[in-house]
Write a protein that binds this ligand. Structure first.
Ligand SMILES: Cc1cc2nc3c(=O)[nH]c(=O)nc-3n(C[C@H](O)[C@H](O)[C@H](O)COP(=O)(O)OP(=O)(O)OC[C@H]3O[C@@H](n4cnc5c(N)ncnc54)[C@H](O)[C@@H]3O)c2cc1C
Length: 523
């Protein structure tokens, strides 16, 4: 059996944040990544984008290593919503980096739904600042009166509203609706050895120059310190505990080899995403933990929540420059915590020029002029995303599937059904959509139905944090209850969703806090 100081399972943004922070403090880490290398910066992926549509098979895990089963009412392929290679899903993200608002941490007390987090906004605020500095977030609160308190300015200036967005912002303001810029982990100026974003917006999900933050940026630099190793194509199959509440070792297998190997670790950090992290805890069941690690209270895999993103479109009389080049800009935080929050959740509105909205079906065009008319309509269309909070229910969970992977381990099974709360939130979103159309003088064209949402690849909960094992899996430092040295970082530790805000900045802030805890208490 070999040895490592801190073993991190998963090289996504959560694992990379812990690895970077600990190596900066002089500690040794080993990162185990199931997926293959994903060369960074993403020049080759950008060059090949037409050929492979960002899905070059050379970089992908085969289906007998990356799969899951699903049931319920969610209509999209959850397996395709996650990337499993070095860097995880944040290699392909939009990099919208928002803080939760203070009320999101105590929805039970303030609005009567969900549960309160065991950590407050005030406690997390300094870690949000560190997270923004690490990712290089461009933003401002000057145009956003709904932004929560911050103790440090954004590290970079914002990406401005586009020309047409500015006109929409004026129209919306006349109807008491705020539209403001979007904080994002994209370099408005050169930052931390990353070049400035040229702001062409043609890169989609593969920034060729490294202006869009990727966890690979810090993984590579952690490796350069000589204190971090990243082992790709290696699947961790289970965590082994000793009889004293300590994680002793990991059992892993190189993807193309037949034999298991074992590595001892002083500290184990599970950072495998909100679906694979509970799966690994469940697969690690032993005589002392027959239901899986951290599962004394039966909470592992439960309390899953997605964001519900309802896509809509509005059509105008004149072309509105929809699909303009550049990253997302305009959004509204005005509806995150409306006065009537409680029967329904908060909603963030994305009304950015680069959202085109519904696609035209040109195949069903009957004549050339019909096709032309449809294309012209496209230039007059603006997409709108209603990005909504949701709450966990017993009908939203991750468990083990009957189907097995290459090693004989059961895949994850995801069950997800919308609730009455989600239906109320959809009705609220419909009212917001109506107001946006009316304020900007557009014709309402389409808003997705309640079960036509996408999750935005925002999978949360499943190893939620709380005060003890009877109600949760980890404590507020992400340490599994009743263990000394086993942690679960990432959005799986969320207590429900991150309000209506994109989750990743919050999970990075929490991961930095966990790294501090590990360094100060355990190493
Ligand atoms: C297209 C897209 C756009 C997005 N845009 C945004 C956005 O704008 N803003 C935002 O906040 N969020 C966004 N997200 C969500 C964001 O990417 C996720 O919140 C984030 O990647 C989660 O990070 P993670 O490190 O917890 O998990 P992951 O990124 O899922 O990484 C987990 C890693 O663990 C590895 N792993 C799993 N099991 C094992 C095992 N047993 N052994 C070894 N390794 C294992 C996986 O292969 C994977 O690489 C987006 C996601 C997608 C897909």
């Amino acid at each position: 059996m070999t040895e490592s100081t801190v073993a991190i399972i998963g090289s996504g943004i959560a694992g990379a944040s812990v690895a970077w922070q600990l190596t900066q403090m002089g500690h040794q880490v080993v990162v185990f990544e199931k997926g293959p290398e994903y060369p960074y910066p993403y020049r080759s992926q950008f060059r090949e984008r037409v050929l492979y549509r960002y899905r070059n098979p050379a970089h992908r895990l085969p289906a007998d290593l990356k799969s899951l089963t699903a049931s319920g009412t969610y209509r999209h392929d959850i397996n395709r919503e996650r990337e499993m290679w070095v860097g995880g899903s944040s290699t392909q993200w939009n990099a919208i980096t928002l803080r939760m608002i203070p009320e999101d941490f105590h929805t039970r007390t303030s609005f009567g739904y969900g549960r309160d987090w065991p950590v407050t906004y005030a406690e997390l605020e300094p870690y949000y600042c560190r997270g923004e500095a690490m990712l290089g977030v461009a933003g401002t609160d000057e145009d956003n009166h709904f932004a929560p308190y911050r103790s440090m300015p954004y590290p970079l200036p914002p990406f401005e509203l586009g020309a047409r967005d500015s006109i929409f912002a004026e129209q919306l303001r006349a109807h008491d609706i705020a539209l403001h810029t979007t904080p994002q982990a994209r370099t408005r100026r050169g930052y931390d050895e990353r070049p400035a974003c040229p702001n062409f917006g043609t890169c989609m999900v593969a920034c060729p120059v490294g202006a869009l933050y990727s966890p690979a940026h810090h993984l590579n630099r952690a490796v350069q310190t000589g204190r971090c190793q990243v082992l790709s194509n290696v699947s961790v199959r289970r965590i082994v505990m000793d009889g004293h509440g300590r994680a002793r070792s990991l059992v892993y297998q190189k993807n193309h080899e037949d034999a298991e190997e074992e590595v001892a670790a002083e500290v184990v950090v599970v950072a495998a995403g909100a679906i694979e992290s509970p799966r690994l805890l469940l697969l690690s069941a032993d005589d002392r933990h027959p239901e899986g690690l951290g599962n004394e209270g039966g909470h592992v895999g439960r309390h899953l929540a997605f964001h519900h993103l309802w896509n809509g479109s509005i059509v105008y009389r004149e072309p509105v420059l929809a699909g303009r080049i550049g990253p997302v800009t305009g959004q509204s935080h005005q509806f995150l915590s409306p006065p009537h929050r409680g029967p329904h959740g908060g909603v963030k509105v994305e009304f950015s020029a680069n959202h085109l909205g519904r696609r035209e079906n040109l195949r069903s065009a009957t004549t050339a002029s019909d096709a032309l008319e449809r294309l012209q309509r496209r230039s007059r269309r603006r997409g709108i995303f209603l990005h909504a909070e949701s709450v966990p229910t017993p009908q939203k969970y991750v468990s083990l599937s009957r189907e097995r992977d290459r090693f004989g381990d059961r895949f994850a099974h995801v069950h997800y059904e919308s609730s009455d709360f989600d239906r109320e939130t959809h009705a609220f979103s419909q009212r917001i959509y109506d107001r946006f159309a009316e304020a900007t003088g557009g014709e309402k064209e389409y808003l997705a139905g309640v079960d036509d949402f996408i999750s935005g690849a925002h999978h949360m909960g499943t190893c939620r944090m709380g005060t003890d094992a009877s109600d949760s899996v980890v404590d507020s430092f992400a340490r599994v209850h009743d263990t000394v040295n086993l942690f679960v970082v990432g959005s799986s530790s969320f207590v429900g969703t991150s309000g209506a805000m994109n989750p990743t900045l919050t999970l990075v802030a929490l991961a930095i806090r966990t790294a501090d805890y590990i360094a100060s208490r355990l190493l």
